[in-house]
Design a protein around this ligand. Structure first.
Ligand SMILES: Cc1cc2nc3c(=O)[nH]c(=O)nc-3n(C[C@H](O)[C@H](O)[C@H](O)COP(=O)(O)OP(=O)(O)OC[C@H]3O[C@@H](n4cnc5c(N)ncnc54)[C@H](O)[C@@H]3O)c2cc1C
Ligand code: FES
Length: 358
């Protein structure tokens, strides 16, 4: 089971006025635990005003680069992103869980694949990790990255992206879309919405021929890009999403059952398996989530966003059934195999066994 480890901040680079890139070093005994797959994220914890907050940040290094790096963009009024941008110093130590997340696809060096990537704002962080890894490790594949920002000054990793372009001129196609500045060609200005995607797919990018598309950015952008891709015949199985935050909790796929929602008064006997140890407790069926009930029972269950977005709280239901309120993180095949987000799950059956180890 994932546990926190102390990572030393060895470098802080200011990338834009509102974003920093941190280089982190795990302790010697945890180096293996921090080997990552391109597109994964780290979850940090820190106490602010007496309250522990957990926040996830995607790794922005390629898998073969031999460094652990995250890019953090300031959210106005945000606790962790403000702290990282204003107060963090080289030599400080941050507690982080080992890399997690499913925003990746297998690297197949012998195959010739056509990748598409769509990033908005800080959504570039997992994408730059994926782009670098694909270009370095799949020599026959090509990557087209569409990167949307308000203005040129907000573009993260500007130099790194330009360097990648020069290094892989025939395999890496980078398209900047800027909202508040008007580049010479209309196609590259404005918002990355459905109409812009349609125009790009008509004039610049062959969407239908894509083997795989990765999308990470604000939710409306992600939905518009996915819709436009589907309209060009790209099936859902070839579109991968990473959402950083949802504006509308509860809107995603819900798992309904014949018995409907649980009544508030009924109770369930829950057993949680973690690190090979089983612990049991009782909880109200219609009240708090399985994760909250487990934490209240002093079980150190993993979590970060508590909003169904990050998948840190993923576990497998091995007996009984739950109702999941929101799911922005698990793929359909994971749900079919019995995996749930415990922060969004409430028991429907009198007995429930969930396993964090599987
Ligand atoms: C899987 C995953 C990967 C991610 N990767 C990245 C990444 O690579 N880079 C990145 O920059 N982000 C990333 N994020 C987003 C990141 O985890 C945080 O959500 C983000 O940095 C905001 O956290 P915060 O603590 O700064 O803001 P919070 O303190 O949580 O604030 C969130 C919002 O609430 C508002 N708010 C907070 N307090 C108040 C208040 N008192 N009054 C009014 N409004 C308030 C803020 O203005 C803000 O809009 C990722 C998220 C996920 C789930
Ligand atoms: S804690 Fe993020 S999905 Fe449950």
């Amino acid at each position: 089971m994932a546990r926190f480890h102390p990572l030393t901040v060895t470098d802080i680079r200011r990338d834009t006025r509102d974003a920093v890139v941190l280089t982190l070093e795990p302790p010697a005994d945890a180096r293996d635990a921090f080997r990552f797959i391109q597109g994964q994220y780290l979850t940090f914890r820190r106490v602010f005003d007496g309250e522990e907050l957990r926040r996830s940040y995607s790794i922005c290094a390629g898998r073969g680069e031999g460094v652990l790096r995250v890019g953090i963009k300031r959210v106005e009024g945000g606790w962790f992103s403000g702290f990282a941008n204003d107060d963090l110093k080289v030599g400080d130590v941050l507690d982080a869980m080992p890399p997690m997340g499913n925003f990746h696809a297998p690297i197949e060096p012998e195959r010739r694949k056509r990748y598409l990537g769509f990033a908005g704002g800080s959504g570039i962080t997992p994408l730059i990790s994926i782009v670098k890894t694909v270009l370095a490790e799949e020599p026959l594949s090509s990557f087209t990255l569409v990167y949307a920002n308000r203005s040129a000054s907000a573009v993260m990793f500007r130099e790194e992206l330009e360097d990648l372009k020069s290094l892989h001129i025939s395999r890496f196609n980078l398209v900047h879309i800027l909202e508040s500045e008007a580049p010479e060609i209309d196609l590259f200005s404005g918002r990355l919405d459905r109409a812009k995607c349609d125009a790009l797919f008509d004039q610049w990018i062959d969407a239908a021929g894509a083997d795989l598309a990765f999308i990470c950015g604000p939710e409306p952008m992600m939905l518009a890009v996915a819709e436009a891709l589907r309209a060009r015949g790209v099936p859902d199985g070839r579109i991968k999403f990473e959402l950083f935050a949802s504006a509308s909790p509860g809107k995603a796929r819900k798992r309904e059952t014949a018995s409907g929602s649980a009544s508030a008064g009924a109770r369930a006997a829950v057993t949680v398996v973690m690190d090979g140890i089983s612990k049991s407790f009782e909880m109200a069926k219609g009240g708090e989530s399985v994760l909250e009930a487990a934490i209240a029972s002093r079980i150190d269950a993993p979590f970060a966003c508590k909003a169904g977005v990050c998948s840190t709280c993923r576990a497998k239901v091995v007996e009984g059934e739950v109702e999941m309120e929101a799911n922005y993180a698990l793929e359909d095949y994971e749900v079919k195999r019995g995996y749930v987000l415990t922060c969004q799950s409430r028991p429907l059956t009198d007995r429930l066994v969930i396993d964090y180890d599987q």
